[in-house]
Write a protein that binds this ligand. Sequence first.
Ligand code: NAD
Length: 362
Amino acid sequence: MKILITGGAGFIGSAVIRHIINNTDDRVVNLDKLTYAGNLESLRPVSDSERYTFEHADICNRVDVDRILNEHKPDAIMHLAAESHVDRSIDGPAAFVETNIVGTYTLLEASKAYWRNLTGHAKESFRFHHISTDEVYGDLEGPEDLFTEQTSYAPSSPYSASKASSDHLVRAWRRTYGLPTLITNCSNNYGPYHFPEKLIPLVILNALEGEALPVYGQGEQIRDWLYVEDHARALYKVVTEGRVGETYNIGGHNEKQNIEVVHTICDLLDDLVPVGSQSAGRSSGLECHRDLINFVPDRPGHDLRYAIDASKIQRELGWAPQETFETGIRKTVQWYLDNLEWCRRVQDGSYQRQRLGEGVAI
Ligand code: NAD
C-alpha cells in the first residue's frame, strides 16, 4: 500500500509513520505544513527509508493537495493534521477553525475528486481515515460511564468543537457522496516525541530543571491514557481492516487523575534521577520531585472525566493496548532522559530551522 499521512511530523503522525516503515512493506507520503508542532527530527529513525517521502504543504491549499494526490496516487489517506492543543484553542481559536474544519473540508473535497477518478480495485479499496479525539463527547457524569461510539457529541473547548465539526463533515461525505471513510476517536496519548507543552513531557522536563510543575485546579481531572505506539498500531489496523463507514473508539483502559500522573512521574524521577544528583539541575533544597507541584487556577470549560469503551475495536479488529500505564510511563520517562537533545532543540526552537532549509535535511 501507499498511504498519504497528513500531520506526519506531529506527535501521533510520526509514531504512525515509524510504525508503518518499521513493521510493514508499505510506502508513506507525509503531508505536513510544519507548524510549531511539526518536527521532522521525530522522523529521523525512518526518514532515510526509500519508502518514505515528505511533502511540505498545507491541507487548506486545494491546489497543493490535488497535486500531491495525483502525483503520489495513494491507496489510503490517514488524516492527522490538526491544531491539537486545548490551551492554544482558548487563546486563539481561529487557527483551529481554519485547519481542523476548513482543512478537513478541503482534504475531503480533494479526496472525493481523486477517488471518483479511480477505477476497479483501486476505487473499491480506497480509504479515507479521519483521526479524532474522545474530547468531542464532552465529559462524563457518572463514575462508571464510558464513551461509546453511540455517545452524543457535546464538545466543550474550541479545539474539541472544531474536531467534532470535522467528524461531522467526514460522516456527511460518507453518507452524501459515498466516500469510503473511517473515523477513530481516541483518548489522551503519551509517549516519546511528545511536544513539551503537553502535561506529561512538561512535567518530566520541568522536574529535571527543578522548575514548578503546574497542575490545573486540584489535578482531579481524569483522563484515559494510551501509549502512542499502541495508538499507532490501532490506527494501522483500522485503515487496513476496518469496516467502511464505521467509527471506532480507541482507549487505554488506564483512567488516571492528572495528579496521579504527576505523582507517578515524580516518583519515577526520584528513582532514576534523585533530587540533588547532577542531572536534577537546579533542584537543590528539595526533598523529592513532588515538592515542585504547583496548583494553578483551572482553565475554563475544563472537562472533568473522559473514559473510553474500546470494546468494539477489540471485538472486531482484535486490537488491545500492549502497554499498561505503569509500563508506558516508565518507558516515556526513560525516553526523555535518553533524548534530552531532542527536547533541547524543541525548547530553543532550533528544530524549526529545517523548515527554512537550514540544519539537517530530513
Ligand atoms: P500535533 O499537534 O503533535 O501534530 C499535528 C501535526 O499537524 C503537526 O505536524 C503540524 O505541523 C501538522 N499540521 C497542522 N496544521 C496543518 C495544516 N494546515 N496542514 C498540514 N499539516 C498541518 O498533534 P497530535 O497530538 O499528533 O494529534 C494528531 C491527531 O490526533 C489530531 O487530529 C488530534 O486531534 C488527534 N488526537 C490527538 C490526541 C492526543 O492525545 N495527542 C488524542 C486523540 C486524538
